[in-house]
Design a protein around this ligand. Structure first.
Ligand code: N2P
Length: 347
């Protein structure tokens, strides 16, 4: 008899906790965050969940174009995304980015004015700068004996099958265009065709077109030269000191990756809370220290290890950026870039 009573109470208890659990999961808000691979300190996500009780579902992409397709399809209901400049411009034009209520982002005051009023969001209504950097060449000093100061070295047959290119259409076409002294935002058919031809000529020299795998490959000395983003160069140098990063003399791309609230948002208030959290000085510092990319946060930058804060890779001098260009949205001319990119990849 007693045994039965215990069993009975136990089952009531189980039912009750299942009921409570059910209530809980109903009120539980989950923020869907869509970011580049290797682009956040994972502890920060845990800290946000702990502080706010808001859960995070975190997905990653490798290129702006991949992110755009997902947001445009609208099936995955992202609340937060981290596109670059030109893609933000496109998203705003196409109604794929929501206006942010900056009253909810008091920590926005820490973002350096140099990263405000930029052409992709001239009125600063849709985006909050997250990280910035350059595109350049990473090479292994023990494997390359020529001077590395020009994009041209990526076309040197001496390094056949020792070259890694980025599997990213704007970045790769930018290199080919810059090498030919054209703008990386060129909308001139003949210039784009010349860039395409040069990349097709280069194909036999290329070991692979890669994304984040570039890091393992360069650290493991599987290739001598790679096209990388500056922040990743810093992460790789931490693991292999024979790696050097160079901004080629023809000039490069300067990118600003920013946080946006895409039109697929389900939880706008919580998304704004997350953006403000990322702009909090302690969090921005922790994140920058972890990933190695360059922060636009005026306070976080002062707390960095002097080695990182003074690194010419992470924080290049103005004169090194004189020939740098920011990508712009190409509008309908993008179709030409898509076509050319498909042709290159088919070879
Ligand atoms: C990090 C991706 C950086 C994005 N892996 C460069 N725009």
């Amino acid at each position: 008899m007693k045994k039965r009573t215990i069993l009975f109470s136990l089952s009531i208890l189980l039912m009750f906790s299942a009921f409570l659990g059910g209530c809980n999961s109903k009120n539980q808000i989950t923020l869907h965050v869509y970011n580049w691979g290797d682009y956040i300190d994972p502890d920060i996500l845990k800290e946000f969940e702990k502080e706010t009780g808001i859960k995070i579902k975190y997905d990653m992409f490798a290129t702006n174009e991949e992110m755009y397709v997902k947001i445009n399809q609208g099936t995955a209901k992202y609340d937060i995304a981290f596109p670059s400049d030109y893609m933000i411009e496109k998203m705003i034009k196409e109604g794929l980015a929501e206006k942010i209520d900056f009253n909810n982002i008091p920590n926005y005051r820490y973002i350096d004015d140099r990263f405000k009023d930029l052409d992709f969001d001239p009125t600063n209504e849709y985006s909050v700068p997250y990280m910035w950097g350059t595109l350049g060449i990473l090479y292994n000093k023990t494997m390359v004996d020529d001077p590395v100061d020009s994009w041209d070295i990526l076309w040197n047959p001496k390094y056949e099958k020792q070259i890694l290119m980025l599997d990213s259409q704007r970045d790769t076409l930018a290199i080919a265009l810059k090498r030919l002294n054209y703008s990386m935002n060129s909308m001139v058919d003949a210039e784009l065709e010349a860039a395409k031809t040069s990349l097709i000529e280069q194909r036999p020299l290329v070991l692979a077109y890669v994304g984040d795998e570039v890091k393992d490959k360069m650290i493991g000395e599987e290739a001598a030269l790679a096209v990388v983003w500056a922040g990743d160069a810093i992460a790789m140098q931490r693991e292999n000191p024979d790696l050097e990063y160079v901004i080629p003399k023809e000039g490069t791309n300067l990118f600003v990756d920013s946080i946006v609230i895409p039109s697929t948002v389900q939880h706008k208030a919580e998304a704004e809370k997350f953006i403000d959290f990322l702009c909090r000085t302690d969090i921005a510092f922790k994140n920058t220290d972890y990933i190695g990319y360059s922060t636009p946060h005026t306070e976080a930058v002062t707390q960095l290890d002097p080695e990182l804060a003074n690194s010419p890779i992470a924080y290049p001098k103005e004169e090194d950026l004189e020939d740098a260009e920011i990508f712009i949205d190409l509008g309908t001319y993008l179709e030409q870039y898509n076509r050319v990119w498909t042709d290159i990849k088919a070879h």
